[in-house]
Design a binder for this molecule. Structure first.
Ligand code: ADP
Ligand code: MG
Length: 475
C-alpha cells in the first residue's frame, strides 16, 4: 500500500466512496419520459420532468428490480423503504426537490469482495432521481464568471442508485479496485452500463487521514467531479497529502466538499458541507412506502448471473489459477473459455498461462475450446515449441481453424528427436573450441550453439530442449 506524498509510517489514509450509477431502464424513475443518453436538449421530458402543477410521480418497477439486483449482488438486506424529498434550489430540477431515500433505503448493510480478497463494507444503496445538466456559457464554463447558463432537463428524473461504501479503503489502489469491482457487478447484473466517461457511473470520494494506530477517524473532505480511475487515484493522493500538511502545520481539516481539477491536479473548496438537516428531508406524500414482496426478491435473486467474485473463485478452485490470474481472466471475460478448454482435455496451468499472456485480443473469447485444448496438448507433447504455440494461437484467434493444420501450414512439423541429437553432435564436432568453453561453464556460449541449431532447423527446434541436449553431453 502506498500513497505518494504521505509518510505512511506515521499516517493512515481512510477512504469511503459514494458511487452514483444510472440505471439502464427504458424510462425515467417516476415518469414515462425516455431514459436515453444524449439527445437534443429538452426533448426527453414530460410534465413531471418539468415539475408542472398537477403532475404526479409513478414509480418505475423495473428501476426497483434493478436496485434489488444490485442490492442482492452486494450482499445487502433488501428492506421496506421510503422516498423522501431532499429540498434545495436546483436550477436543473424544476420541482426544487430531489426524490431520494433518506433514513429508510431499499438496500442496506452489504459488502463487496475485491479481487485481492479484501472485503469492503457497503452502508446502503438507495434509489433517487438524477438532476438535469447546466451549461455555463462564457467565463471558461465556470458558473461564477458565466454570462448566462443553459439548462437541459433530459437527464432530470433518470433513475440513480447511490451506493454508499463504508470507510474501509486505505489507499488509491484499494479505491480503484473497489470502483472497478463495483462497475463489474453493475454491468454483470444488467443494472447499468458503468461508463464513467459518459457519467453513467459517478464517484464522490471521501478522504480523511489519522495518525497510524489512532482509533478515531479524522475529519473528512468529500471530493466531487472525479471521472476516471486515474483521477480517483490522483485526487486521493493530493487530498491526503494536503490534509497531512495542514495537520502537521498545526492547522485542522475543515469538513467540506471539494472539487477535483484535472488540469492542475489539485482539489479546491467547492462549498462547506451541508448537514442532513439543511435539506429538510420529509417523506414524499405523493408516493407510497416501497415494500417489495419477499417472493419477488427471491425470484430476482434466483435469476442473478454468476458474479465476478464467484467466477474468480471457480478459476482458483477448479483450475488452480492464482488470484491475479483469476482477476485478469474474469475481467477480460476469458474464464468461460479457460474452463471449457480444460474440460476439453487441456492441462490447466498451460491453458491459464496462455490466456493470461497471449489472449489479450477481444476476439479470443470466441476461440474454439477444442482447438485451444489441442494446441495446449501439442505444445506439452513437444510437437510445438513455446514460440510456435504462440504463433499458432494468434492464428487461431485471428482466423480459427485446426491447430494441427495451421502448424503444418507454417512448417512447424515436429522435430524428430534423433534428428536434433545428430545435429547437436555435428555442431560439437565442428566447433571444438566453443564446446571446450561451454564445458568449462561459460554460459554465454550456450546461445552460440542454440543459435546454430535454430538456423539449421529454421526455428523449429525448442531452445530449452537444445540446452538440455548440450548439458547432457557435457558429462
Ligand atoms: P453524509 O451523509 O454526510 O454524506 P455519510 O455518513 O453518509 O455522510 O458518509 C458518506 C461517505 O463518507 C461514506 O462513503 C463513508 O464511507 C465516508 N466516510 C465517512 N466518514 C469518513 C471518514 N472519516 N473518512 C473517510 N471517509 C468517510
Ligand atoms: Mg452521503
Amino acid at each position: 500500500m502506498t500513497v505518494a506524498g504521505v509518510d505512511e509510517e506515521r499516517w493512515e489514509v481512510v477512504i469511503g466512496l459514494e458511487v452514483h450509477a444510472e440505471l439502464s431502464t427504458r424510462t425515467k424513475l417516476f415518469s414515462a419520459a425516455t431514459n436515453e443518453f444524449g439527445g437534443e436538449p429538452n426533448t426527453h421530458i414530460d410534465a413531471l420532468t418539468l415539475g408542472l402543477p398537477g403532475s404526479l410521480p409513478v414509480l418505475n418497477e423495473h428501476a426497483v428490480e434493478l436496485a434489488i439486483r444490485v442490492g442482492l449482488a452486494l450482499n445487502c438486506e433488501v428492506r421496506r423503504s421510503v422516498f423522501a424529498r431532499k429540498n434545495y434550489f436546483y436550477p436543473d430540477q424544476p420541482k426544487n426537490y430531489q426524490i431520494s431515500q433518506f433514513d429508510l433505503p431499499i438496500n442496506a448493510e452489504g459488502w463487496l469482495e475485491l479481487p485481492s480478497g479484501q472485503i469492503a463494507g457497503i452502508e446502503r444503496a438507495h434509489l433517487e432521481e438524477d438532476t438535469g445538466k447546466s451549461t455555463h456559457v462564457g467565463g471558461g464554463g465556470r458558473i461564477h464568471d458565466a454570462q448566462y447558463s443553459l439548462v437541459d432537463l433530459n437527464r432530470a428524473g433518470v433513475p440513480l442508485l447511490e451506493i454508499v461504501g463504508k470507510p474501509d479503503l486505505r489507499s488509491p489502489d484499494e479505491a480503484r479496485a473497489y470502483v472497478s469491482e463495483l462497475r463489474a457487478v453493475l454491468v454483470a447484473v444488467g443494472a447499468s452500463d458503468g461508463k464513467m466517461e459518459e457519467g453513467s457511473m459517478r464517484v464522490d470520494c471521501n478522504v480523511s487521514v489519522r495518525p497510524r494506530g489512532a482509533e478515531e477517524f479524522g475529519t473528512r473532505c468529500e471530493i466531487k467531479n472525479i471521472n476516471s480511475l486515474r483521477s480517483l487515484g490522483r485526487a486521493i493522493e493530493y487530498e491526503a497529502a494536503r490534509q497531512v500538511d495542514l495537520i502537521t502545520a498545526g492547522d485542522r481539516v475543515v469538513q467540506e466538499t471539494r472539487h477535483w481539477n484535472e488540469e492542475d491536479g489539485r482539489t479546491h473548496t467547492l462549498r462547506s458541507k451541508e448537514g442532513a438537516d439543511d435539506y429538510r428531508y420529509f417523506p414524499d406524500p405523493d408516493l407510497v412506502v416501497l415494500d417489495p414482496d419477499p417472493e419477488w426478491i427471491e425470484r430476482v435473486r434466483a435469476a442473478l448471473p454468476p458474479l465476478p467474485a464467484a467466477r474468480r473463485a471457480v478459476l482458483v478452485d477448479r483450475l488452480g489459477a492464482t488470484r491475479e490470474q483469476a482477476a485478469l481472466l474474469v475481467e477480460r471475460e476469458l474464464d468461460a473459455l479457460c474452463l471449457a478448454t480444460v474440460e476439453a482435455g487441456a492441462e490447466p496451468v498451460r491453458t491459464l498461462t496462455h490466456a493470461e499472456h497471449n489472449l489479450s485480443d477481444d476476439r479470443a473469447r470466441d476461440l474454439d475450446p477444442a482447438a485451444f485444448a489441442s494446441l495446449v496438448s501439442m505444445e506439452l507433447d513437444g510437437e510445438l515449441t513455446a514460440t510456435q504455440a504462440k504463433t499458432v494461437l494468434a492464428e487461431l484467434v485471428e482466423h480459427g481453424g485446426d491447430p494441427v493444420a495451421i502448424a503444418a501450414d507454417k512448417g512447424f512439423e515436429a522435430m524428430d528427436s534423433s534428428e536434433l541429437d545428430s545435429l547437436v553432435d555435428g555442431l560439437i564436432a565442428d566447433h571444438p573450441d566453443e564446446w571446450q568453453r561451454f564445458c568449462e561453464g561459460d554460459g554465454k556460449i550456450t546461445g552460440f550453439f542454440v543459435g546454430k541449431v535454430m538456423k539449421a532447423t529454421q526455428g523449429k527446434a525448442d531452445g530449452k530442449v537444445v540446452t538440455g541436449l548440450l548439458n547432457a553431453r557435457k558429462g
